[in-house]
Write a protein that binds this ligand. Sequence first.
Ligand code: HAM
Length: 417
Amino acid sequence: MSIQAVRGTRDILPDEVPAWHRIEAAARDLFARYGYREIRTPVFEETELFARGIGAETDIVSKEMYTFADRDGGSLTLRPEATAGIVRAVIEHGLLSTDPALKVYALGPMFRRERPQKGRYRQFHQVDVEAFGLTSATVDAETIELSLAYLEACGVGERELVLNSVGDRSCRPAYVQRLREALRDEAPSMCADCRRRAETNPLRVLDCKVPEDQSTIEGLPRITDHLCAECAAHFAEVRRQLDLLGIPYRLDHRLVRGLDYYVRTTFEVTSGRLGAQSSVLGGGRYDGLVKDLGGPDAAGIGFAVGLERLALLVPAEPPRPRCDVFLMPLAAAGLDRALRLQRSLRQAGLAAMLDPEGRSFKSRMKQADKLGARFVAILGEDEMARGVWTVRDMARSAQREVPEEKVLEHLKEKANG
Ligand code: HAM
């Protein structure tokens, strides 16, 4: 029996890769214009980093991590998200001491043992963006604007921005206490997850999707009614600036997100075209996380885009021809000249190919067609005797003879023209 890909993982096949190249190139180009530089961190870290960073009571940490014992007895985990690892690297290398307003982005695979379905995988990819050391609401608005600009740069038009504030460490504990009290009466009639979360992490109850629990949840106290004056002012300013920039959003007091590090602004962007897994990106502010993980008291804000989901939304582009020149040495003696010409064409930046199997003229022409070759250069017995190549322009169905010593220049000019 042949071996299959592990459940929840997927191959990105050659036909899909051009869309991935486009979204990766758009990230590099756009983020650089907003002052972000790329950072690359390992795909596995000490398990404790995620437990402390994301929160031991979150679904990600309690149920979804790929954790394994290292041979020396340590516990390692494949990163379920990028933020914690980036914060670790920022602290470890003291990056904030040289750049107190550090902006970095990262691209790469993440791992969560979730139930696989369309748009939800166990290995998936994120583009992740993080800004440190900046507390002003202007940064929240700019980060949100950047996330939308990125979707736009990838050709994604139809989407909805959802916004909330989850308060900070001065006002949220009192709110969570209220929630806990309200849930004391309500939880016994709710689903098993809600009953558990009512004790361990009441905010997570707001994430529940079980239909029977929805009316109860709607009746619970709302964080936005319990923000302290500073958080309320910050949130009002974020919204004012989004209005100023003409960015529409929907407020959702239940958007608490699945990671515990958030304070104040949280946001997600959803698309109706994605089905059940509708969130294409999510993020928010996480002032306090850098300090919690042993670094300076620096603010932080960022977001991550799920690239599998983004790739589903990116409009298809006509495939680019993969072959500029297809070389056809028809006699065995022509192979050496064709190999030299192929190498020169490739060095000149053109996509050149030949059929090394020396099949029939007809099957090679078919192959050239399939590759979308723009030019076919034929070297038969007759051409060899006269020191020429027959160059066929496939789009025009026209052909001409070109002397051997001019054929490289000729093809370069035609293919680049
Ligand atoms: P998150 O909401 O857990 O946030 O993930 C961000 C995005 O990653 C989601 O909106 C979704 O597109 C994608 N994603 C998550 N899980 C899966 C999965 N199993 N399969 C496919 N795609 C998935 C974070 O990860 C935060 N670190 C974002 C952040 C950065 N907050 C501040 N800075």
